[in-house]
Design a protein around this ligand. Sequence first.
Ligand code: DON
Length: 606
Amino acid sequence: MRSIAVALLAVSQTAVSLTAVAQIHPETSANPFALVSPPPATARHAMVVTIHHDASDAGVEILKAGGNAIDAAVATAFALAVVYPQAGNLGGGGFMLIRMRSGAAHFVDYREQAPAAATADMYLDKNKNVIPGLSLLGAKAVGVPGTVAGLVYAEKTYGKLSLAQVMAPAIRLATEGFLLAPAEASAMATSKSLASFPDSRHLFQRDGNVYRPNERFVQPELAATLQRIAADPATFYTGSMAQEIAAAVEKAGGLITAADMAAYKIHDRVPLYGHYRGYEIVTAPPASSGGIVLLETLNILSGYDLAKVGGDRSAAQVHLITEAFRRAYMDRNEYLGDPDFVSMPLTQMADPAYAAAWRRSIEPVAPSPSATLQRPAGFLPPPPKAIPSPEPTQTTHFSVVDAEGNAVSNTYTLNGFFGSGVLAGQLGFVLNNEMDDFTSKPGVPNMFHLIQGPANAIAPGKRPLSAMTPTMVVAPGVCSDKARRRCKPGELLLVLGSPGGSTIITTVANDIISILDNHLNVQQAADAPRFHHQFLPDALQVEKAFPLPVLDQLKATGYTVTRNNEADGKDPGVWGDSEMIYIDPATHRLLGGNDQRHTFGKAAGY
Ligand code: DON
């Protein structure tokens, strides 16, 4: 852990109407309003960057024991399930982007699935109104978890070591315990989701005698579960553990059965590819909206020389980037869903000609109001009728690069902070509330004000639309013949991703732009104050540390601006968590970007 230098900015106490953007639990955010970046951590051979130092160390331990990036990633993910239980998980789902040194890339989609008994109106009362909280808290909010299937598949297919070897650090951390950082202890002690269920309150909050900062947190139930998975992973989906999970959900009034557990399937998908500033972007395909929205944004921005119009976070740059976000999110909201259930115009959305048409609608200085914005004609089919869907917090991202140049970019989630709050029986972990990422009811705005299409309606076996965007940036490959048959794969430049619900995609885009256009180093890019626009609400949303003079300039041109938690003097007003690795093309050294908004993360390497 590095200490952070903090510069306090004057904070306006003016009461404003605040928009709920993806919010970090206040206690996990140490950054009061502004950040000064330390130099990036460096490593010669291999690196793991996560939100938790014990999880980073677990990954490095496996790399040093001869594991490749996938072995280390699986070890790290299991370790995060122990040391960062608010988001690291066995009971959730996510996406693992893998790129081998050969250039071959894979996208393991281990997103949760809706149970067979799920219906489009399962969160509505008899008057067809949304029942508040039903898709967020409790067993009805739980989707069939995919994490164990995804990690076991990744290990078996792309790893070099055994499952038992890579799970050993997590089992040790659960058995021997680890010291809770003050922010971690506080997050666990104050979780309302955990407090809502006696079993969860017992396990994580000791029935009210809550864990204190620097106390050792030992998890024998979770250790036993991890040991059972290491010995026989099939038990989680088709054996005794599947029965236990189904029984716990059923007892708590949820829908998941043993048959749903057995029916869970991971997908090994082809990633999405695009280009920006001469680099290849390898990113998340649906059921994430992240990759296609990222590519559409970057395609629009490709037509501008951002470095010439102004510096990083200058009003001129922020204007153009925001207008690109606005347009890409307009398409996200209306077209995207689970590719196994809906067809989406992805090729058209990623077409540079479409981006050029969008650019023609961007005013040089003033914002384009979302209410009157017209999509360029002749590119996309008409969108299905609009339907909204919610997208709350909690997720975590980590990045791994090994000594051979293989890499993993992994984002996984419980969705809410400690998910649904429901414990998986005696297994020692909480279950997700990912069902809330579906549409609960047409026409009702969600807590993140995202408006999405019927493509994302609930259906049995369907995956809810995600914004998680594990991504890599790669230099172009070099071919020694004109027909491009003899080519060396491009060198990896950047591995990145973030949590943050709907803000994930704009965080990833901002990091790429800060590095490729503005030449910030990877640590500065991670720490730079974030800004976000998602078409609706029509507001430029910024972290509290965002430079105020720039905001004044943007307001003067017509932007409505929301500073995150501006009226709350105690809240740092931040979101997201960039955990990145940059490979210096000149020296091949690995540079870690470990987001300083959190105090217990680490860029670890050797
Ligand atoms: O999959 C998604 O897009 C959401 N469930 C992610 C939620 C999230 O990132 C919250 N983290 N702060």
